[in-house]
Write a protein that binds this ligand. Structure first.
Ligand code: ZN
Length: 138
């Protein structure tokens, strides 16, 4: 949908202005509710595999999660979670996004259990192709 992302922090740019108030610090501060048992980084950027959520919305969420530069401090409760996502725009990040979606599929009963899982599978393949993920998940 023609959205531009900031070269510095990966957040949205509107009319030439980065929308992240912490951009000057070099990244985005991700709230502690985003962690491995909480909101996933994809959901944080409004990813949803629900019916009716169109490709551009899902792809933009994936792009933002892929390009986001996260500021994580060792004392933050989600420090490890953010660290395990790897650096912005890396193969490690792409693999982490695949893992998140694959984890949701297995939690909800297997690859063909639902329409949502078919959408997640489609997006896993999208991430593999677009960002060259090298994960070995099936
Ligand atoms: Zn920025």
């Amino acid at each position: 949908m023609g959205m531009t992302l900031c070269e510095t922090c990966g957040d949205r740019v509107v009319r030439g202005v980065c929308q992240n108030k912490d951009c000057g610090k070099g990244g985005q501060i991700i709230p502690p509710s985003v962690h491995h048992l909480g909101v996933s980084i994809l959901n944080y950027y409004n990813y949803s595999a629900a019916k009716g959520v169109l490709h551009p919305t899902r792809h933009m969420a994936i792009e933002r999660a892929y390009r986001g530069v996260f500021i994580s401090q060792p004392n933050a409760p989600n420090y490890e979670y953010l660290r395990n996502l790897g650096s912005a725009a890396s193969v490690e990040r792409a693999n982490a996004l695949v893992r998140i979606l694959a984890g949701l599929i297995s939690k909800s009963g297997g690859a063909h259990a639902s329409d949502a899982n078919l959408i997640r599978l489609e997006d896993i393949n999208y991430i593999r192709e677009k960002y060259n993920a090298t994960d070995n998940l099936r």
